[in-house]
Design a protein. Structure first.
Ligand code: G3H
Length: 536
């Protein structure tokens, strides 16, 4: 029996470098100023509990503003003013100038690594290695974005001539972007929309997810000092209070959200001019792993463990259901369960895999899935599966899972692994076809003929087919998207630049007058858009 009591520590057992002072955030960034919020605040409770005597205390790590509608609208007004119908300083800057600002921000951001990483552990319970990876990956994402934009700009720095018409075709910003990130990658995924939106010349209102707010606070000064006034503004608080009214103004041009389809839809419909609103979404997924009868079982176990249980299964790309061929089910499940039992459980800085869950009611939700499956004939097949204490939930492996169980279709976004036996490959294929979501799939097998027969039907149902590999978003230069209810828009480093901009051109018939006009404008560098400057 796993001793979950030993997982939680007394305060004085926390290594000194990971201890935390509570952070009472009152600042919000609007119109280039860090203003102080005087109204009510949201307390932030960490998913981390500490032992006090015979009991446990959920650690309070700070608070942040619960803004009201008026203040949220101020943030929007600042973004609208900074965009100024496309005439603002930021949207009319040259690409090179915008890149310079972004570099500036990046240098300042790097100085905050330790603070942000520590807060990631305390605020969302992500383990140290993954928290560091999230920070470093975000830095690389920004560097990659800058390089991708240089490439894009180099291609656009020439004129094309077609059917007697000269044109310079570039990408121009769209306007005011509302960026909302998820709690599981509160830095990285928020920035995968924020950074391309900014660098393409849009102005932004950013609202962090409910969990993962305080970790962005160390970056507010860097935002203020790196970009012109009003280019980036922050709002905090309850979505219905601060987001609904922003949408209702009709002044948001792009809505970028990584989160649930329900949240996306309920916010989007509040915009009065839906055709004007562009949406960029990363939403739910229920990625299946399909393990064929000739799969390399050890390899499949390794990939499925990491695929289903990294960050406690709280990744949109996680493997959320496994289909196992009956002929190898016993061996796979035995090895899989042994690997689950070997996963260390503990505090994020303890070098562990399974950590506290940040969402209120999450442990109870996991138990509901387990209870429902047990009532309908499945069993917990791993030792200690489903044991829980405070915010810790020991991963539960459920087998055999069937269609009538909630876990078969619902996205658990947590440490429960449902396994479905099959003898006929039509079972997992039908699962994918009938699914409301369509992000990725993993196929495990060795026979290339069998694998190839699955690739073709799958690529038209999901947007990434992984062979003998877990599902994942990276490398970030690869397209990341989904079908059905899983996504809207594609978010690789270079695709995101396209998503947050629109192709715009200046064209002129090839006449002597026009040749002279175009030549004088470019030669004398009179336009930021119409320019043949080449970024080195
Ligand atoms: O939560 C969804 C993330 O995009 C997953 O990214 O596959 O790199 O963990 P990842």
């Amino acid at each position: 029996m796993r001793d979950l009591f030993a997982v939680f520590k007394e305060k004085n057992e926390i290594p000194e470098q990971y201890r935390i002072e509570s952070r009472e955030q009152r600042e919000y960034l609007v119109d280039g100023k860090l203003k102080t919020w005087e109204g009510s605040c949201q307390e932030v409770l960490s998913p981390i509990y500490t032992k006090v005597g015979d009991g446990y205390v959920q650690e309070r790590i700070g608070s942040y503003p619960l803004m009201d509608e008026t203040t949220a609208l101020e943030a929007l007004d600042a973004a609208v003013k900074a965009y100024d119908n496309g005439k603002g300083i930021w949207p009319t800057m040259t690409v090179e100038e915008r890149i310079f600002c972004m570099y500036n921000f990046l240098q300042k951001m790097k100085e905050k690594r330790a603070q942000v990483v520590n807060m990631l552990m305390w605020e969302i319970g992500k383990n140290l290695a993954d928290s560091e990876k999230e920070f470093d990956r975000t830095v690389e994402y920004i560097e990659g974005t800058i390089e991708a934009l240089k490439d894009l700009d180099r291609v656009s720095s020439r004129f094309v001539v077609e059917q007697g018409v000269f044109a310079q075709i570039r990408r121009a910003p769209l306007g005011v972007v509302l960026c909302m990130g998820p709690y599981n990658y509160p830095l990285n995924e928020t920035f995968t929309t924020l950074i391309p939106a900014l660098i393409m010349g849009n102005t932004v209102v950013m609202k962090p997810a409910k969990h993962g707010v305080l970790l962005l606070e160390p970056l507010l000064e860097a935002f203020r000092d790196s970009f012109p006034q009003g280019v980036i503004n922050t709002v905090y608080g309850r979505g219905r209070v601060v987001i609904g009214p922003l949408m209702a103004t009709g002044k948001i041009d792009v809505f970028a959200l990584i989160g649930s389809a329900t949240a996306a839809n309920s916010i989007e419909i509040q915009h009065p001019k839906l055709n004007r609103l562009k949406t960029v979404y990363g939403l739910g997924a229920k990625n299946p792993g399909i393990i064929l009868e000739d799969a390399d079982i050890d390899l499949a176990v390794k990939e499925c463990i990491s695929g289903s249980l990294s960050y406690n299964g709280q990744r949109c790309t996680a493997l959320k259901i496994l289909f196992i061929h009956e002929k190898i089910a016993d061996e796979f499940i035995w090895k899989f369960c042994k690997a689950v039992e070997a996963l260390k459980i503990g505090m994020p800085w303890d070098g562990v895999a399974i950590t506290p869950l940040p969402e209120e009611g999450k442990v109870e939700k996991m138990m509901e899935y387990v209870t429902d499956a047990l009532e309908r004939g499945a069993a917990i097949v791993n030792e200690n599966g489903g044991t829980h204490l405070n915010s810790i939930f020991s991963p539960a492996v459920l087998y055999p899972v069937q269609e009538d169980m909630r876990i078969y279709r619902e996205e658990q976004f947590g440490p429960v692994v449902p396994i479905v036996p099959f003898s006929d490959i039509s079972v997992p294929i039908r699962y994918v076809e009938e699914s409301e979501v369509g992000q990725q799939v993993s196929i495990f097998g060795q026979d290339y003929e069998c694998i190839s027969k699955l690739i073709d039907p799958m690529v038209n149902q999901v947007c990434r087919v992984n062979i003998n590999s877990q599902c994942q978003r990276g490398p970030d230069t690869f397209p990341f998207t989904g079908r059905k209810d899983s996504a809207d828009g594609t978010l690789s480093v270079s695709d995101a630049l396209r998503v947050f901009s629109i192709r715009t051109l200046v064209a002129a018939k090839n006449t002597e007058l026009n040749r002279k006009v175009l030549s004088e404008i470019t030669k004398n560098r009179k336009s930021k858009f119409l320019s043949t400057d080449y970024i080195f």
